[in-house]
Design a protein around this ligand. Structure first.
Ligand code: ZN
Length: 270
């Protein structure tokens, strides 16, 4: 809750003027949080208008000082910051599902929405790269909104898929599928998220390393069996990855490798 964060910040800020002004701005910030919650449930966060200040007197620069100077650093608030950051399982960034969390990303940018600067619902754990790719981006429609881990469920179906490129060495190309039952808006949002966070190149790179890593074991399976045995082996890995996380690049990679007759028949050797 923003109220808890505000109380802790107000008592931790050394600058008395800033502390007093933050206290005065508390009502506006708590109201902004309530509106954020409502708009978030309706996937309409893009409709929240930006503002250069938090009434009655705080500026965007003041709020950045509250965030960076107190919320992130102060002994009285650091526990809350760390708690938000530690939410993802295995410390994996919820935006790319690959790199580790190193910061909190302002889903709606603090430069545009100063009232949301310390609102926990607007603070999403992220890796440094995803945080950098987003910067002060402001979505202007529902389809332009990237995933919001507190409001969205994009893992109710498999949307990440891949296909094998018959190159030497073999490679994998990722794309966004259209899961049955998903609305056109949800598919567009997944596509936009996939593009904005440059997941195609990130995942292709990891898949390339994975293909090198399994070459020897596939060679062993093939030396005792047939391409069908290679396919079964890969298929088993795909299912194991899917059960752990349906939209992991590993799931899509192993599914694509298992589905490629070329790969199972020796394409893996190249
Ligand atoms: Zn990330």
């Amino acid at each position: 809750m923003a109220k808890n964060v505000l109380d802790a910040c107000i008592s931790s800020i050394r600058d008395e003027g800033l502390s007093k002004n933050l206290l005065l701005a508390s009502t506006a910030i708590v109201l902004a949080e309530a509106n954020y919650f409502t708009q978030g449930l309706g996937m309409k966060l893009y409709s929240i208008p930006g503002s250069p200040q938090v009434p009655p007197t705080l500026t965007t620069a003041d709020m950045k000082r509250v965030y960076a100077g107190t919320f992130v650093k102060s002994r009285g608030t650091r526990g809350m910051y760390d708690h938000l950051k530690a939410a993802p399982k295995n410390d994996v960034c919820p935006l790319c599902a690959q790199r580790t969390v190193s910061t909190l990303d302002h889903y709606l940018a603090q430069a545009i929405h100063p009232a949301l600067t310390v609102v926990p619902l607007n603070l999403v754990p992220a890796c440094a790269e995803c945080n950098k790719l987003k910067l002060d981006y402001q979505p202007s429609s529902e389809v332009q909104q990237s995933f919001h881990p507190y409001f969205d469920d994009f893992d109710d179906a498999q949307w990440l898929v891949a296909e094998v490129l018959e190159t030497s060495p073999a490679a994998v190309r990722f794309s966004v599928a259209a899961p049955p039952g998903w609305t056109a808006t949800k598919i567009s949002r997944a596509t936009r998220h996939f593009e904005a966070f440059r997941l195609a190149s990130l995942y292709a790179s990891h898949a390339g390393v994975e293909i090198s890593n399994i070459r020897y074991s596939l060679e062993r399976v093939a030396s005792f069996g047939t391409p069908e045995d290679v396919r079964l082996h890969l298929s088993d890995r795909a299912e194991s990855a899917r059960r752990a996380y349906p939209n992991a690049w590993q799931t899509a990679t192993y599914q694509a490798l298992a589905a490629s007759v070329w790969f199972c028949s020796g394409g893996f050797r190249a």
